[in-house]
Design a protein around this ligand. Structure first.
Ligand SMILES: Nc1nc2c(ncn2[C@@H]2O[C@H](COP(=O)(O)OP(=O)(O)OP(=O)(O)O)[C@@H](O)[C@H]2O)c(=O)[nH]1
Ligand SMILES: [Mg+2]
Length: 611
């Protein structure tokens, strides 16, 4: 198992020197860093602890100007080594780094009291007490403080053993099957191409895998993986990884981008969070404040919407919605830090409660309550509540880090790939019941409502409708008849045996080939135009003109008769057919004109031939 440990602390306090002394690897890799004798950007090293545990180390710069690089290095740490020079004690960036570690809630740490060779024992004791005081009320409160010297190597073994013991208590990294690698470095190696590095979280990466660069949307493939300079086939969450990718040039990737499985990670320009403002912040977190958000390895401009009250005061916490200057790829519960751009200062931090929130009304306690339920762990249920019209399961999972199996425990209705919160499904079903009941009342003759009409009246997204219909069908709410949807209990009036529909058919059947006019038949039977249309749709009646209709059998017989007469005599006239049908001229003429239009017959002078 592999872990990631970061350094922290004031400039020149000996972070990089300590890492070199421990690992033999100088984390300062830039020429400028060597020249100036200071760390500018993140540096990396690795070592095996006495237990065999492998650790990747992220060395950060202490200079206040490079704090943004430090911020890109602290995500995904298992533990931190806070470095304080024994000769100088706690200095501004000691406090600032500690503040950031505290906001990101890194709870495992050690203090290396470096340069112990420069001070005497009493001074060491004093500095030790000073550092212990600085740790109070932070996530590192009570951490061990160990004097070390990179020059004499005093204390190095004890530090390594303490680190090993600290990591022994560290629980295994979560693997939710959704690997994410926030990129902290991009470079090229000739012969290999583009390489990115980062701390892998939430899942395993494997050679050959296809990944998406979010939020850019570009697709890349893993050509090779390295962990601590060794080639590996898979990389576990919670480890430092170098990924050789194909499909993207160096210029097409940068720190802040995230490698993830295609479609598995939300990109967002809005997040909800409970922000804790640091005790000695230079000002409160005001509504509308323009800030810089740091999360993962990304940095982005953010405007704060304070959801309750007008500001969150130093030392207090409050719910905020952040509007981001550009989309970022994050997941709920990711840690973040908010900074004031100038004069630069750390203002607040916390974890995201919702990374795909709606816009919220301010000063609305239901918003806070929902966010609190979410933060308390009801993430998926609260996420689902946001979709009254239903949501595809994959889309629901994307906005959270929940696993597919978590969906089963939701208070929800699931049909195929779609899911609705129970209360939304109930009200949607109720709406469908009402819409259909109204429709049946208005059109008692119709078998049901056209599907598309029902869909749009009920407000169901097109993609969800098939699944929803299946759901209603299974619940016994609806039935389908040839593309039309009805309440299960609905029987079109046309089914009745002694109603106007049946009487109309009876009226037309009395002298089938010489039917009364449609008007007469309707008057006699009491059938409305609606009934006639329903009978027509079912094929029980064939209307050849506005005024003339035949029963299904009569119509078939009439056509057979026409064909027979043409076969016998070469053609047929209106008068000839009228005689055979025993009808008046009007229905016969209407029938033949209808057959012409249907391209069964063709008129030649006064007679018809077959087409
Ligand atoms: N005497 C003594 N000097 C040390 C020790 N550790 C580091 N130094 C010196 O302190 C100076 C700064 O050390 P670095 O390791 O570069 O400090 P850093 O914390 O990495 O500094 P930044 O990366 O710029 O924040 C160097 O000149 C080191 O040689 C030590 O244990 N004893
Ligand atoms: Mg350094």
């Amino acid at each position: 198992m592999s872990f990631v440990v970061g350094t922290a602390g004031h400039i020149d306090h000996g972070k990089s020197t300590l890492i070199t002394a421990l690992t033999g690897i100088d984390p300062d890799r830039l020429a400028e860093e060597k020249r100036r004798g200071m760390t500018i950007d993140l540096g990396f090293a690795h070592m095996a602890l006495p237990s065999g545990r492998e650790i990747g180390i992220v060395d950060v710069p202490g200079h206040a100007r490079f704090i943004r690089n430090m911020l890109a290095g602290v995500h995904g740490l298992d533990a931190v080594i806070l470095v304080v020079a024994a000769d100088e004690g706690v200095r501004p960036q000691t406090r600032e780094h500690l503040e950031i570690i505290d906001l990101l809630d890194v709870r495992r740490g050690l203090v290396a009291l470096t340069k112990s060779d420069l001070v005497d024992h009493e001074w060491l004791e004093m500095m030790s007490a000073e550092v212990a005081g600085a740790l109070e009320h932070t996530s590192l409160e009570g951490s061990r403080i160990l004097p070390v010297s990179a020059v004499t190597r005093d204390g190095l073994d004890a530090l390594v053993r303490a680190l090993d013991a600290l990591l022994a208590e560290t629980e295994a990294r979560r693997d939710v099957g959704r690997p994410r690698l926030p990129i902290d470095r991009v470079f090229t190696i000739s012969g290999f191409g583009t390489v990115v590095t980062g701390t892998l979280v939430d899942g395993v990466l494997a050679t050959g895998q296809e990944l998406e660069v979010v939020p850019r949307g570009r697709t890349v493939r893993i050509r090779g993986l390295q962990q601590h300079n060794r080639k590996v086939d898979t990389a576990q969450p919670g480890s430092r990884v170098a990924v050789n990718v194909s499909g993207a040039e160096k210029e097409e990737l940068e720190r802040g981008d995230v490698l993830a499985m295609p479609g598995s990670l939300t990109t967002t320009r809005r997040v909800d969070a409970l922000a804790r403002v640091v005790d000695d912040a230079p000002r409160s977190l005001r509504h509308g404040a323009e800030l810089t958000l740091h999360t993962g390895t990304a940095e982005v401009g953010a405007r704060a919407i304070v959801l309750e009250g007008d500001a969150v005061e130093p030392g207090a916490q409050g719910w905020v919605q952040l509007y981001l200057a550009r989309p970022i790829a994050v997941a709920e519960r990711d840690g973040f830090v908010l900074r004031i751009p100038s004069p630069a200062a750390t203002l607040a931090g916390g974890r995201f409660a919702d990374v795909a929130p709606r816009k919220h009304p301010r000063h609305d306690s239901t918003v806070r309550e929902s966010l609190e339920r979410r933060a308390a762990g009801n993430v998926l249920q609260e996420e689902l509540r946001k979709y009254p019209r239903g949501v595809a399961v994959s889309a629901l999972l994307k906005a959270t880090l929940a696993a597919e199996s978590d969906v089963e425990s939701l208070d929800a209705f699931r049909a195929g790939d779609w899911i609705w919160a129970r209360e939304h499904w109930s009200s949607l079903s109720e709406r469908v019941r009402l819409v259909l009941a109204e429709y049946h009342a208005a059109h008692p003759m119709r078998a049901g409502m056209p599907r598309e009409e029902l869909r749009s009246r009920a407000g169901v997204p097109p993609a969800a409708f098939q699944a929803a219909l299946r759901g209603w069908h299974e619940e016994g709410l609806v039935a389908e008849h040839g593309g039309e949807v009805a309440l299960a209990e609905h029987h079109a009036a046309v089914e009745e045996t002694d109603g106007p529909a049946a009487r109309l058919v009876a009226a037309l059947s009395r002298t089938p080939l010489a039917p009364p006019s449609l008007n007469e038949a309707m008057q006699e039977s009491g059938a409305t135009a609606e009934v006639v249309r329903a009978l027509e749709r079912r094929g029980d009646v064939v209307r050849v003109s506005d005024e003339v209709a035949f029963t299904r059998e009569a119509y078939a017989n009439a056509i057979a008769l026409v064909k027979e007469m043409v076969a016998a005599g070469g053609s047929v006239t209106v008068a000839q057919l009228r005689d055979r049908m025993g009808a008046s001229r009007r229905p016969v003429l209407a029938l033949l004109e209808h057959l012409d239009a249907q391209r069964v017959t063709r008129r030649v002078g006064d007679s018809r031939v077959l087409r």
